[in-house]
Design a protein around this ligand. Structure first.
Ligand code: IDP
Ligand code: MG
Length: 139
């Protein structure tokens, strides 16, 4: 995957609250092109694998429960400097620390239920995108 791509999930809380449209609007308005997108639901095994780097953290069980409790919107996004620019658009992990106007400031409830995922490196963007999408689903 090209390094001008990132991977995102609109997490179960954002979908439950009806924020899919508003968040996608912000993503488009910020200059990202949607390369791949679907509504899907992760199994426990999926979430444990996706978040394996956090498996020793005290919140891991809570994170897996949260991420599997309902559907998510998974998407691959393209833009120059996609990973860094998307992390700026979503804001800090803890919405209390997120900048004004960021997606987490607007839509996240807490550090755990924080509305949206964004890859933290080009390498992880490629791994995470390939976790959710086959080549035929990328445009
Ligand atoms: P990030 O999503 O901003 O990259 P990470 O530190 O990679 O943040 O954590 C992954 C996800 O785990 C967070 O988005 C959040 O849903 C959850 N999480 C992180 N820290 C905590 C915590 O202290 N309590 C509960 N959940 C957390
Ligand atoms: Mg992270």
């Amino acid at each position: 995957m090209a390094t001008n791509r990132t991977f995102t999930m609109l997490k179960p809380d954002a979908v439950e609250k009806g924020h899919i449209g508003a968040i996608l609007e912000k993503i488009n308005a910020s200059g990202f092109r949607i390369v791949a997108m679907k509504l899907t639901q992760m199994t426990k095994a999926d979430a444990q694998e996706f978040y394996a780097i956090h498996s020793e953290r005290p919140f891991f069980g809570e994170l897996v429960e949260y991420m599997t409790r309902g559907p998510i919107v998974a998407a691959i996004l393209e833009k120059d400097n996609a990973v860094e620019d998307f992390r700026a658009l979503i804001g800090a992990t803890n919405p209390a620390e997120a900048a004004e106007g960021t997606i987490r400031k607007l839509y996240a409830a807490s550090i755990g239920e924080n509305a949206v995922h964004g890859s933290d490196s080009d390498e992880n963007a490629a791994i995470e995108g390939a976790f959710h999408f086959s080549g035929r689903e990328m445009f």
